[in-house]
Design a protein around this ligand. Structure first.
Ligand code: NAD
Length: 271
């Protein structure tokens, strides 16, 4: 299907790399104007250029989702640039793994702030442009669905060793999603989550090759990685495009009667 998102405006957080990047490109390919946002400017600027080169429309908004004014500023930018907001994808994320007995408060709260508090703030800030705008449309007899997609993880469903912070946040964001679905469903706002299994991005590279961020080595030890892959019925990690395709589905009119759900994209594992 082509141009499913024509005249719509989307925010995708963490869209400089990985799943967020592919999501921004796919939404733009379907006609959405996209606010590409990341705390790292260079890769996000490349995504904006790529969208424009392909004939789409995008703007760059740099910032850390955990900053207190992030939600207000990105929403203001979206409205001043594009005048509306139809699709919100809370995707930005990072891991800071440690075993519970060694995990500091800071490690716990940092991950909660990124994966749970930031999506909550952004959804709240979006209310005038999603909830209130929808109310007016409904009064005028217009039926238009807006979409909120929160990115969760298999860790939020069944837990994961070394990820007390991440699993708690990713479970929390599922709860948040379900409440939004209950509160805003009547305004034709669909809120759903995607829960990824093992997707091949910089977060899941072999530890030896992975980047160090804030003093913490990302990635998964090679042996554990191979063990995970072996447990996946499809015997491979997903790629970022396959993960983003699930977000596109939930952002598109194809999912207008899907609300408050968690779409697991995991090659058949953990079900
Ligand atoms: P990635 O590292 O490739 O991309 C994440 C992007 O988010 C990066 O560009 C990063 O700069 C940005 N980001 C991180 N913290 C930020 C912050 N505080 N403010 C703004 N931007 C920030 O990782 P990915 O695998 O594409 O992850 C995307 C989402 O998918 C995350 O929420 C992650 O937790 C989730 N997820 C990934 C996997 C996987 O296997 N890769 C599995 C389950 C869930």
């Amino acid at each position: 299907m082509k141009n499913m998102l024509e005249n719509q405006v989307a925010i995708v957080t963490g869209s400089g790399r990985g799943v967020g990047r592919e999501t921004a490109l796919m939404l733009a390919e379907q006609g959405a104007r996209v606010v590409v946002s990341d705390k790292d400017e260079a890769p996000a600027a490349e995504v904006v250029s790529e969208i424009k080169q392909k004939g789409g429309e995008a703007v760059l908004f740099c910032g850390d989702v955990t900053e207190a004014d992030f939600a207000k500023k990105i929403t203001e930018t979206t409205i001043s640039e594009f005048g509306r907001l139809d699709i919100l994808v809370n995707n930005a994320g990072l891991t800071l793994d440690n075993m519970i007995h060694n995990m500091t408060d800071e490690q716990f709260y940092t991950i909660l702030d990124i994966h749970l508090v930031a999506p909550f703030r952004l959804i709240r800030e979006a209310a005038p442009y999603m909830r209130d705008a929808a109310k007016e449309e409904i009064e005028q007899g217009i039926v238009h669905h807006r979409k909120i997609i929160n990115v969760s993880s298999v860790a939020g469903i069944r837990g994961n060793v070394g990820q007390a912070n991440y699993a708690s946040a990713k479970a929390g964001v599922i709860g948040l999603t379900k409440v939004v679905a209950l509160e805003w469903g009547k305004f034709n706002i669909n809120a759903n989550a995607v829960a990824f299994g093992f997707i091949d991005t910089r977060l899941t590279k072999p530890k030896e090759e992975a980047e160090v961020i804030a003093g913490v080595q990302l990635g998964i030890p090679e042996k554990v990685r191979n063990m995970f892959i072996d447990k996946i019925p499809q015997k491979r990690p997903g790629d970022a495009k396959e993960a983003a395709a699930g977000i596109l589905y939930l952002a598109s009119p194809l999912s207008n009667y899907v609300n408050g759900q968690v779409l697991q994209i995991n090659g058949g594992s953990y079900t």
